[in-house]
Design a protein around this ligand. Structure first.
Ligand SMILES: [Zn+2]
Length: 288
């Protein structure tokens, strides 16, 4: 059920200049914005009931943070993928994905409004400063029908565009427990950087494999050998909440969800600094 309570959208609490000791051990100055907890939770609470409305709401949230999203019609789906691009100084891409569709059982807040409603906030957190990589935020449709939106997206890229994606960061089912990473299905380098950021910020992170529970959009990219990482919060105890009536706003622990947001925002800023780019200083007009 959507909650109509609306919160100011442009409120940024602080501009953070963090000194992070990352995976390399070197101290690096990393710049990103940290949004207020109320903003992050407000966007989570604005989940409409129907997928059609979720797609519209996601587009609205992107526009509210200053991004004009593109809609990519997907063969076999009623809703398009919703894409928002933060251009960097190279055509190397860090892609951040989550899915806006959900099953009929439950409200689909955990799976995966918790992930997809973070995308506009992450756009906002990473914007306002020059980035080496182009950050592409994608709200996928049809994940529950078998990763239809993400498979379509990656399939229609050219081989060169696929090669340009240096990381696919998949956000799936956040806020139920402290942040987890799907170790067996994530690239070691991407995980090492995440561990380093978690340690620096003293935010919780542990590894939980979820292949026995199901699969997710990151695997559409893995199929093309694109480095990927899935960040989630599912454990042995909490996975029965998925696709059940228990998947509702009450299942989210506000502090843990906000911790995940803070970790992911910092992580994307550090990834941008640490991953190599193809052509620094040569922005390209067309990146999808
Ligand atoms: Zn999901």
């Amino acid at each position: 059920m959507p909650i109509r309570h609306r919160l100011p959208r442009f409120f940024i609490s602080s501009c953070v200049f963090c000194i992070l000791s990352c995976a390399t051990g070197a101290s690096t100055r990393t710049q990103y914005f940290v949004l207020d907890k109320e903003v992050i939770l407000g966007r989570l609470q604005e989940a409409p009931r129907k997928d059609t409305d979720r797609e519209v709401e996601l587009g609205k949230m992107f526009r509210a943070v200053g991004c004009q999203p593109t809609e990519q019609p997907v063969k076999g789906l009623r809703q398009p993928n919703v894409i928002c691009i933060l251009r960097g100084t190279s055509d190397s891409v860090i892609l951040v994905g989550a899915h806006f569709d959900h099953v009929n059982e439950g409200d689909g807040i955990i799976d995966d409004w918790s992930g997809v409603s973070l995308l506009p906030s992450l756009y906002q957190s990473l914007g306002g400063t020059s980035r080496a990589h182009t950050l592409v935020f994608v709200g996928f449709g049809g994940e529950e029908q078998g990763m239809v939106g993400s498979e379509f997206y990656v399939k229609r890229l050219t081989p060169e565009q696929r090669k340009n994606i240096v990381a696919m960061v998949n956000l799936e089912c956040l806020g139920v427990t402290p942040t987890k990473v799907w170790v067996s299905h994530s690239e070691p380098l991407l995980m090492n950087i995440l561990w380093g950021v978690a340690q620096s910020l003293q935010l919780p992170l542990s590894g939980v494999n979820v292949e026995k529970v199901g699969t997710t959009d990151s695997e559409s990219f893995a199929h093309y050998k694109i480095p990927r990482i899935t960040i989630h919060s599912i454990t042995q105890e909490t996975w029965p909440l998925l696709h059940s009536k228990g998947d509702n706003i009450k299942a989210i622990q506000d502090n843990l969800y906000y911790d995940s947001y803070k970790l992911i925002a910092a992580y994307l800023a550090v990834l941008d600094q640490q991953l190599a780019t193809s052509n620094p200083g040569q922005p390209k007009p067309e990146v999808k």
